[in-house]
Write a protein that binds this ligand. Sequence first.
Ligand code: ATP
Ligand code: MG
Length: 653
Amino acid sequence: MTDDKAIATFSAENRRFEPSAAFRERARIKSKADYERLYRESLDNPDGFWKRETSELVFERPWRTVTEGQLPHVKWFVGAELNVTKSCLDRHLPARKDKRAIVWESEPGEVRTLTYGELHAEVVRFAAALRGLGVQKGDRVAIYMGMVPEVVVGMLACARIGAAHSVVFGGFAAESLRDRINDCQAKVVLTQDGAWRRGSVVPLKATVDKAVLSTPSIEKVVVLRRLGDEHAKVEMKAGRDVWWHEVSEAADPAGGAPEVVDAEHPLFILYTSGSTGKPKGVLHTTAGYLAGTHVSTKYVFDLREDDVYWCTADVGWVTGHSYIVYGPLSNGATCLMYEGAPNSPDWGRFWQIIAKHQVSVLYTAPTAIRAFIRAGNEWVTKHDLSSLRLLGTVGEPINPEAWIWYHEVVGQKRCPIVDTWWQTETGAIMMVTLPGAVFAKPGSTGLPFFGVKAEVVTTDGKAVGANEGGLLVRRQSWPSMLRTIWGDDERFVQQYFSEIPGNYFTGDGARCDEDGYFHVVGRIDDVLNVSGHRIGTAEIESALVSHASVAEAAAVGRPDDLKGQALVVFVTLKPGFTAGPELTQKLKAHVGQEIGKFAAPDDIRFAESLPKTRSGKIMRRLLKDIAAGRETAGDVSTLEDLNVLSKLRAVDE
Ligand code: ATP
Ligand code: MG
C-alpha cells in the first residue's frame, strides 16, 4: 500500500447466507439480476426511477428537474410541491382507514392502537392546535418526549403545517436540550409530564422547565398528560404552558389543512449522536427525504400489507424518524412502538412483545444484540418467535459473532438479516443486502442501495482495490441527503466535503470485497496504528467478541514512546467469566490468532460497562483519554452514564 493513510484489513470472515427459497419467492426483489437492473436504472435514469418508485406518494405539483446543482449543494425534485403528511396519512384513507398504524405498548404493559383513520384525525387536530399557538410555516418546534404515539402525532403535525421539528432524545439533560433549542431557535416545545423507564419516572416536563429558563425563543410549552399527577405532578406556568389535550380538543380540525410546501422546504433538524464530537444539527428537507425513506423502507424491509413491523430505535434518533415515522407510514405499515427499556421487567421483554403482537419484521442495533447475548439465550428462546420473518440491524458494525447469534437464536436460521449502513446525514439506508435478492455475509453491510454510489478511496481520492481499506465516500448526491448543518453552512462544507474535495466523506473507514460487499471497519478518527499497520477498530473488537468470554469490546490507541501507539482494549465479560491475568493472556493469544501476532493488545482492561452515547454507540474518544491517562476533553453531554467514566478511571488506578 502506497498511501500512508491506507487501512489494512485482516478479517477472515467469509460465511455466506442465502435467503430461503420460501422467502425469495415472496420477496419484492427476488434475484441479484433484478437488484442490479433497478440499481443501474437508479443511477442511469434517476428521473424515471424516482418517478416510478414514488408514484404512490402524493405530490401537488410534479418536479421539473430531478436534480439541480453540484455537491455540496444539490437540490432534488426541483419544482415539486407537496405535504408529506398527505403521503403518510391522507393517501391511506379510505383503503387503510381501519388498518392499525401504531400499536403501542407501555412499559407497565398497557396496549393502545391507532388506526390510520385515528392517527390522521389526531394529527389534523394537533396541527390546528399548533397553528392556534402561533406556529407558522418555517418555524421550528422542539420535541422532548418519550416513546408514546403522541410523539408521532407531534412530528407529523409540524410537517402538516410546514414547521420543522427538532426531536431531542428524552434521555438528554436540561443543558443539552437548552443548547439544541437555542441552536435551532424553536418557538414551541412539546413534552409530557413524565415517561416510564425501567420502572422509574423520567420527569420530562421538569427538565423542560429547567431548559427553558434560558431559551428566549420559546413562547409555549405543550404538555401531554401521560402519567398523571399520581406519578408525575407538574407545574404549569401560566401564559406559557398548555395541556396537549386541552389545545387539541379545542382546535377546529378545519384549521389542520396541509400546508403545501416546496420540495426543498425544511422538514426537520436532528442533532447527530455525538460519537465523534459536538453534535451537528443536520437539516433534512421535504421531497428527497420522503422519497428516500419511502423507497428504502419498502425494499429493505420487504414490507407486506400484513406485516407488523418493529423498529426498536428511539424516535429521538434518525432511525426513529426514518423507520418508525416517515418510511413505514408512507408505506401504510403497521408499526409497533414500545415505551420502555428492553430489560424491564426482565430481558425477556422484547421477545414477549414479539410473540404477543406477532411482530414479523424486527429492526434493532448491535448494542442491544450484544446485551441480549450477555443476558443469556433462555430469555429469547422461551418465547414463540415464529412470527418473525426478517431481521435488521443498524448503528455500529455488527461483529460476525453477534450476527450469527442474531441469525440462529432470534431468527432461528429462517430470517434473512439486513445490516443497514447509514447516518443521520444520509437520511435513509445507503447500503444493505436486499433480502430475497442476494446473500448476506456476517459483518458486512452489503451492497449500495438504489441511487447510491459509494466508494472506498485513499486520502488523495483514488479508488482502492478489492479488500483494501480506505475512506468511505459518496461521489454523488442522493435524495435524502442532508442539505446543510443548521445555521452553519461553513461547518457543513468543511465537515463533509473538505477531506476529499468534491465528494461527501462519511467519516467511516471501509473496504469493499471481491463481491462488491462493503465492510465498515470503524471511524477514520479511531483507526489504530498497530506495529506499522493501520487497522480499523471493528476488526480488533470482532476478534475479541469471537472469544467465548467477551460480551463487548472497544479498541483504542494510546501514545507509546517505543511503538508510537500501543493497543488498549476495554472488555466487558459474559457472566461466569472472571477477569484476571489468565484471561488477559488468553485474550491476547486469541487476537493474535484471529488477526496476527502484531495485533495482540498491549493492554486489556476489564470493565463492567463501556461508555456509550445515549443511542447506544461506544464512545471511543472517551476511552482514548482514559487509556492515555488524560482528563476527558470534548463534549460529554451525549454520554449515557457519567458513572461509567469514573468507574473506568478507578480501574486505572
Ligand atoms: P457524530 O456524527 O456526532 O459522531 P454518529 O456518527 O454516531 O455521531 P449517527 O448518524 O447516529 O451519529 O451514526 C452514523 C454512524 O454509525 C455511521 O457513520 C457509522 O459509523 C455507524 N453505523 C451506522 N450503521 C452502521 C452499520 N450498519 N455498520 C457499521 N457502522 C454503522
Ligand atoms: Mg457521524
